[in-house]
Design a protein around this ligand. Sequence first.
Ligand code: NAD
Length: 360
Amino acid sequence: MHNITLIPGDGIGPEISEATRRVIEATGVKIDWDVQDAGVDVYEKEGTPLPQRVIDSIQKNRIAIKGPVTTPVGTGFRSVNVTLRQIMDLYACLRPCISFKGARTRYNDIDIVIVRENTEDLYAGIEFKKGEPETFELIDFIKEKTSREISRSSGISIKPISVEGTERIVRFAFDYARENGRKKVTAVHKANIMKFSDGLFLEVATDVARSYTDIEFEDKIVDNMCMQLVQKPELYDVLVLPNLYGDIVSDLGAGLIGGLGLAPGANIGKGHAVFESTHGSAPKYKGLNKVNPFAMMLSGVMMLNHIGEKDASSRLLNVISGVIAEGKHVTYDMKPDTNDPTAVGTSDVADVIVERLQKQ
Ligand code: NAD
């Protein structure tokens, strides 16, 4: 029996979480779910979108699977997703972008794994709001130390990138490459412009690479990387990126394989792991039983693999791959015409997968 925390999330989260829970259970793996709500609805009831009970549950169970959680723009409400990754020190975000036969995309045979640093960079949450006394103090300090003028109407976000933070994420990428028979790691950065943050990332990555002589190493500037991924994705294998570029390039990767509906992910730390899709809470589809549950189900496939349930993981992956290849029991976003009336709902996708797993 595995004890696993299930965070349904908000927006479309509860629907795709329920679909995912059902297909995982249908593999026969015994799980005692500790369901913990978090997100905007919880904020209204409990005064925080991420109550301590959620953190305690993940601390205890060590494994969680999570639906997306909304981060309202321009409010004081800090992202639950980012906060959770920082509190639990889930420093590695692993996002495989692997083509499925039958998925609607311009590309075939994409096989790239994105390793995103999850705790530092512009997402560290160190920000100074326009017009606040601390912001003016910082602007004055910078002027005094560097003679550079920052407009007093500025808001400021700080971008810390550390040696130890870089070292562990680059090691994670190389270890992942080694364990999974991959050949090359590409470090992605903008070291030509941000010499002391991205420059440090590149320097440390190059150093770490020296101790992995069996894996090829190269680096790419992030803007060039985006173009290369669109033009020649077959040249890339494992990418390792600081937080912000990792976030953006992950969506690019999702686009290569047929969209966010197919892009799973895992946030991994020393002793804990939280599995979640790349996509967000798509609030406009909340409660409509319409969106694609595959990204979260595929995060479940990654979770089963992580907890040692390799057979269940590959059975679930095979059934999902079969359903995608047939293109029949899939949601609107996977149909050639998104208005196709034969598109099925979120729970119908789960029904067909459960049925096939139970027949095996
Ligand atoms: P989104 O990923 O929710 O949606 C982007 C687009 O993809 C939308 O058109 C949406 O309808 C579509 N989409 C997303 N998931 C889909 C699915 N499963 N099936 C079919 N279509 C799908 O991104 P957004 O609109 O920028 O963000 C909405 C909210 O989600 C924001 O508050 C954001 O902060 C939050 N968010 C949360 C997470 C997370 O919980 N890890 C990740 C990203 C965004």
